[in-house]
Ligand binder design. Structure first.
Ligand code: FES
Ligand code: FES
Length: 158
């Protein structure tokens, strides 16, 4: 099969890759670019483990073709920390022990970051509603929700 040449931006870096026309963005990230932070839980848009930002919009990378990244801006979990400095959400997830196996965690972090960028003071209901597309089979969600609310409070200086 002839491969497609794609030029895109990932976490601020210009990136070029070759992909098959039916290869998902998730498979490209993980298999072609070795960006394995985004996880595959279901490959059908149901679990949110593969969440990334595409031109500022939260998407499931398993539902986007790699070729669709052409000329776009992709943000993945690998771009969340600034060097050694964790994003406040990453710190709070650790503080609240909001992860167990960790498969869902990158997706939750990306989705929660997107929430806090458009709503700096979400209610618990709003956090739960926003994260409804992210499934966790380990934590029971409570610690995740607490971590997001605590992050929001810290980022507001509350
Ligand atoms: S792997 Fe994409 S939503 Fe589950
Ligand atoms: S920590 Fe295991 S699925 Fe969420």
């Amino acid at each position: 099969m002839e491969r497609t040449h794609v030029s895109t931006t990932i976490n601020g870096d210009r990136v070029e890759f070759l992909c098959d026309s039916d290869q998902t963005l998730l498979d490209v990230l993980r298999d072609e670019l070795q960006l394995t932070g985004s996880k595959e839980g279901c490959a059908s848009g149901d679990c949110g483990a593969c969440s990334v930002m595409l031109d500022g919009r939260l998407v499931c990378a398993c539902l986007v073709l790699g070729a669709e990244a052409t000329g776009r801006k992709v943000e993945t979990i690998e771009g969340m920390a600034q060097g050694e400095e964790l994003h406040p959400l990453q710190r709070k997830f650790l503080d609240h022990a909001a992860l167990q196996c960790g498969i869902c965690t990158p997706g939750f972090l990306i989705a929660a970051k997107a929430l806090l960028e458009c709503n700096t003071e979400p209610s618990e209901t709003e956090v739960r509603y926003w994260l409804a597309g992210n499934l966790c089979r380990c934590t029971g969600y409570d610690k995740i929700v607490r971590a997001v609310l605590d992050t929001a409070a810290e980022m507001r200086g509350a």
